[in-house]
Design a protein around this ligand. Structure first.
Ligand SMILES: Nc1nc2c(ncn2[C@@H]2O[C@H](COP(=O)(O)OP(=O)(O)OP(=O)(O)O)[C@@H](O)[C@H]2O)c(=O)[nH]1
Length: 336
C-alpha cells in the first residue's frame, strides 16, 4: 500500500515501436522495486506480460486483456489501479511510488487520461511517455493514433538507436516537429534513457523557448504558437481555453503553455491532452520563458483559433504543412 504521491506513467507509442522493450529495461533497473506495471494487451496473445514477467519477477503486474484500454467503457483500469495501490507490499519492497501503464499501440491517449482523471482520491502525478521508433521515424505520423500519442506526450523517447544510429542524431529535431513542448530523450545509452524517461514529472514544462522555425511533420497536423498580448484576467483565459476545446473538440490534440494572469504573482502552467485539462498551477522555477501557449490540432482551418472568444487577447503564429509538399519533406514556416 502507498501513502505518498505516486508517479503514474502512461507508456504509449505506435505498434511495435519498442514500448515493451523499454519497460523491460525499467524493470531490470535497480530502481524497479518501487514500481508496479499494468499491461494492456488489446486482444493480442498475452506476450507483453510474459516478456515483462521475465524481467521483473518481484514487480506487481496487472493485465488488462479485455480489449484496448482506451475503448473500455467500464472502470477496469480504475479497479486495477485501486487494487495495486491498496495491496500490501511484498516483504522487503519499499512503498509503491511508481506505476507504469503500457497501452496498446493503437490506444488513443485522451480516453486513458480521462479515466485517470476520475481517480482523484489517489494522489497521482500523471505523465505520458511516448516512444519514437527511429527505424520508422515520421512515417507513422500519418496514423491518427501515432500523431495523438506524440502530441499527448510529456516525454518522447527515441527507440531502436542500435538499428538506426544516424536517425538518432536527427531525432531531437524530428521529435520537436511532432511536439515542440515534449522533452526529447535521444540517447544511444539505454541505461541513461530509462531514469530520464521515467523520472518524476516535476515542474513539467521544458523551460525553453519554442523555436519559431520548425517544420510541420504531418499533413493534417497544425501547430499554433499563441502569444498573450499582455497580462490577462484569469476568467478570460479560462473562457478562451474552454472555447478552444469546445470549438475543436476531438481535433484538439494538445495545449501546453505558460500565461501571466492578473490574479497570480507567477506565470500559470496550462495544459491539456485532447480536451482534458490539468488544473492550472503556478510555475515555481526562476527565469520562466516569455508567456506562450502551443496548440496542436488536426484538420484545423486557418484563423479558426483567431475567432475564439474572448478575442484580441493573443497573437497567433501558425505552423501549417504545405499540402502539396513531398512526403518526408513537408516544410512550413511560422507565419505571423
Ligand atoms: N534492435 C532492437 N530491437 C528492438 C529495440 N526495441 C524494440 N525492438 C524490437 O522491436 C520489436 C517490437 O518491440 P516491442 O518492445 O515489442 O514493441 P511494442 O511497442 O511493445 O509493440 P506492441 O506492443 O506490439 O505495440 C521487437 O521485435 C523488439 O525486439 C531496440 O532498441 N533495438
Amino acid at each position: 500500500m502507498s501513502a505518498g504521491i505516486i508517479d503514474f506513467f502512461v507508456l504509449t507509442g505506435f505498434l511495435g515501436s519498442g514500448k515493451t522493450s523499454l519497460l523491460r529495461d525499467v524493470l531490470t533497473a535497480e530502481t524497479a522495486s518501487d514500481t508496479a506495471v499494468i499491461v494492456n494487451e488489446a486482444g493480442e496473445v498475452g506476450l507483453d506480460g510474459v516478456l515483462l514477467r521475465e524481467s521483473g519477477d518481484d514487480v506487481p503486474m496487472a493485465m488488462l486483456s479485455n480489449g484496448c484500454v482506451c475503448c473500455q467503457v467500464g472502470s477496469d483500469l480504475a479497479f486495477t489501479i485501486d487494487r495495486l495501490i491498496m495491496a500490501p507490499r511484498p516483504d522487503g519492497l519499499p512503498p509503491l511510488r511508481r506505476i507504469v501503464l503500457e497501452t496498446s499501440g493503437l490506444s488513443m491517449p485522451g480516453p486513458v487520461l480521462r479515466q485517470l482523471a476520475t481517480l482523484a482520491e489517489h494522489r497521482m502525478r500523471v505523465a505520458v511517455v511516448a516512444t519514437y521508433d527511429l527505424t520508422r521515424g515520421l512515417d507513422v505520423a500519418t496514423f491518427e493514433e501515432a500523431a495523438a500519442q506524440w502530441a499527448a506526450a510529456h516525454r518522447i523517447v527515441a527507440t531502436k538507436a542500435d538499428l538506426a544510429p544516424r536517425a538518432l542524431v536527427d531525432a531531437p529535431l524530428a521529435i520537436a516537429q511532432l511536439n515542440p513542448v515534449a522533452e526529447a530523450i535521444a540517447d544511444a545509452d539505454r541505461a541513461a534513457v530509462v531514469p530520464t524517461a521515467f523520472a518524476p514529472l516535476t515542474a513539467s514544462l521544458p523551460l525553453r523557448e519554442v523555436a519559431s522555425d520548425l517544420t510541420a511533420a504531418h499533413p493534417r497536423l497544425a501547430l499554433c504558437l499563441v502569444r498573450p498580448r499582455g497580462e490577462i484576467a484569469y476568467a478570460d483565459l479560462a473562457s478562451w481555453l474552454d472555447n478552444v476545446a469546445g470549438r475543436l473538440g476531438e481535433r484538439l490534440l494538445r495545449i501546453k503553455g505558460l500565461v501571466k494572469v492578473h490574479e497570480a504573482p507567477r506565470p500559470l502552467l496550462v495544459e491539456s491532452v485532447g480536451t482534458v485539462f490539468s488544473p492550472p498551477r503556478q510555475l515555481t522555477a526562476d527565469k520562466p520563458p516569455a508567456p506562450f501557449i502551443v496548440v496542436i490540432a488536426r484538420d484545423i482551418v486557418r484563423n479558426e483559433l483567431e475567432q475564439v472568444e474572448p478575442s484580441g487577447l493573443f497573437a497567433f503564429s501558425w505552423r501549417e504543412p504545405e499540402r502539396e509538399a513531398a512526403k518526408g519533406g513537408i516544410r512550413a514556416e511560422w507565419v505571423t
